[in-house]
Design a protein around this ligand. Structure first.
Ligand code: TXA
Ligand code: MG
Length: 319
């Protein structure tokens, strides 16, 4: 194990103060952290990720009241979501305060803020006592990391420290909600679902209008393994397997086993529970990416609210 991978929160907080890059675990995915008020450190985050400067970053905060430091004119419905879901996998896009650096927001007048629930992230934010920018700790367009080793594989010595908080419990990125007045707007689906949000604040959740804010997660090629990925219904998978008997060019991620049709193919049988599926999704894709197949075939997931975030990530990976 690299000495840069540690569980020492004090060292991590000190390095952030010195303007260094520290990858840290959250309950969703690992983030690539830097001091949100240090423009040089924030620029290094974009450079390390090879991320265009106009794709804004999320500021992670440790205390619910830090929201007032970075956001102004906060809608009541946003505060209702904060009290229900923070700390947790929900990011709110709000009007930015003057304190927020333009490099964090890509020059927009809004800022994305979230209070993560992972105990190590919470301890780090408490010790650092400030906002930490944290895009997912992967190179632009790669799969998001859900283990410390994933971060190490993508960045090596480009990050100064990786805090190891074991495997992420949620497994896909946070739900992102913006606001049109008091009405929530779904910018990125996640494991806190549209129906749950709607129920908590007794308001309809709007879709992004024709001119969406810049969300790199909404670029088609995001969250993709290197191997081509296709999404198919179970019947179409059965048909494909019959037509490709004897081939070893593909790997499968499915709900049911097709092993009687293809005994020697690399196959992962996924959980039918969305929480378990999300927790494992990126590790499954990494594993299937590594088997040397020409294509990863993924069985389409249910078209229900609970699967929205997962369906979104799979859809982008399949582009
Ligand atoms: O779960 C997560 O959200 C993880 C963990 C590390 O917190 N972070 C994450 O960050 O997924 P990132 O940078 O990979 O995705 C953040 C998304 C981007 O799509 C970005 O465009 C969007 O948030 N975003 C940031 N600021 C925004 C803003 N002002 N308006 C609209 N979207 C914004
Ligand atoms: Mg990302």
């Amino acid at each position: 194990m690299s000495i840069r991978i540690t569980k020492d929160i004090s060292i991590a907080a000190r390095l952030l103060t010195e303007g260094k890059l520290v990858a840290f675990p959250t309950e969703t995915v690992y983030g690539l952290g830097a001091d949100a008020l240090n423009p040089i450190a924030v620029r290094r985050v974009y450079e390390a990720k090879s991320r265009p400067l106009d794709h804004p970053l999320i500021i992670h905060v440790g205390y619910n009241d830090l929201i007032d430091e970075f956001a102004v004119d906060i809608p009541n419905s946003a505060m209702a979501l904060v009290s229900r879901f923070w700390p947790g996998p929900l990011t709110l896009v709000l009007k930015a305060s003057e304190k927020v650096l333009p490099i964090v927001t890509g020059g927009q007048d809004t800022v994305a803020i979230r209070c993560p629930a992972h105990p190590m992230a919470m301890a780090l934010l408490k010790e650092f006592a400030g906002g930490i920018v944290g895009p997912s700790a992967n190179k632009f367009g790669h799969l998001s990391p859900t283990k410390a080793i994933d971060v190490d594989n993508d960045f090596g010595s480009e990050v100064d420290l990786i805090l190891d908080g074991d495997a992420c419990a949620v497994g896909i990125e946070s739900t992102i909600v913006g606001f049109d007045g008091e009405l929530p707007v779904m910018l990125r689906p996640g494991m806190i679902t549209r129906e749950t949000i709607s129920t908590v604040i007794s308001k309809e959740v709007l879709d992004v209008g024709p001119k969406p804010p810049r969300v790199p997660g909404s670029l088609p090629s995001h969250y993709a393994p290197v191997t081509k990925l296709v999404l198919l219904e179970a019947d179409d998978i059965r048909q494909y397997l019959k037509e490709n008997a004897g081939s070893h060019d593909f790997a499968l991620l499915t709900f049911e086993s097709f092993s009687e049709l293809h005994p020697r193919i690399r196959m992962i049988i996924a959980s039918r529970a969305p929480k378990d599926y999300a927790k494992n999704l990126y590790q499954w894709l990494r594993e299937l990416d590594g088997v040397g197949a020409k294509v990863i075939i993924v069985e389409a997931v249910p078209a229900t609210d609970a699967w929205d975030g997962i369906r979104d990530r799979l859809g982008r990976a399949a582009c």
